[in-house]
Design a protein around this ligand. Structure first.
Ligand code: FMN
Length: 173
């Protein structure tokens, strides 16, 4: 399927949290494309304090499922991605605020939007068991898992986009 040319707002509106996936594999070119979008993200002081784990779910559904509990769709796509922060390698502001989470979020959402452009589905998942995630993925102590997403072809349609009105979200000073 060819996704026609979209402007950015169309792309942002097209993305939705996909909670149901087909078993269809993700083509290598599409995976490379979303990984490149991840890599091109800006980070504070360009420190890139993170690592992305790309996990093949096939045959590991049961073990991986333990990371998030009961959602079947979590391991339904052929790939499961996890972005991990390396707070020790990230920039901190003078008041001590560490920006590794922000860096992770920007890069991960680059990936999510690039996936949408390619007709792939994703869903940000932050509700997971950190200890289980670290154990099952063999993530070393300095890394902090921030978010997961399945990556694959959606088998469910988008729901309604519910957002606060712009007047509530934006204040002009
Ligand atoms: C940081 C973050 C964490 C999220 N964690 C979860 C999660 O653990 N489980 C889940 O089903 N959806 C999760 N979501 C998806 C949100 O529920 C979803 O983005 C929101 O309801 C808006 O719907 P939409 O993505 O379809 O536009 C998360 C989204 C973000 C940005």
């Amino acid at each position: 399927m060819v996704v026609g040319l979209m402007d950015f707002l169309e792309l942002a509106k097209k993305r939705y949290s996909v909670r149901g996936y087909k078993p269809q594999e993700v083509e290598k070119e599409k995976l490379d494309y979303v990984l490149e979008a991840f890599r091109m993200a800006p980070t504070a002081c360009n420190l890139q304090p993170f690592k992305l784990f790309v996990i093949k779910t096939k045959g590991k559904e049961k073990a991986l499922g333990e990371i998030c509990g009961s959602w079947k769709w979590f391991t339904e796509a052929p790939l499961l991605l996890c972005v991990c922060a390396l707070p020790k390698k990230a920039w901190s502001r003078a008041d001590g605020k560490n920006y590794s989470d922000v860096d992770c979020a920007i890069a991960f959402d680059h990936l999510v939007l690039a996936a949408t452009e390619k007709g792939l589905g994703t869903c940000w998942v932050a509700k997971f068991n950190v200890a289980k995630a670290k154990e099952l993925l063999g993530i070393k102590n300095d890394f902090e898992p921030i978010a997961f997403t399945p990556l694959g072809y959606p088998k469910v349609e988008a729901g309604r986009k519910i957002r606060k009105p712009v007047e509530e979200l934006v204040e002009f000073l």
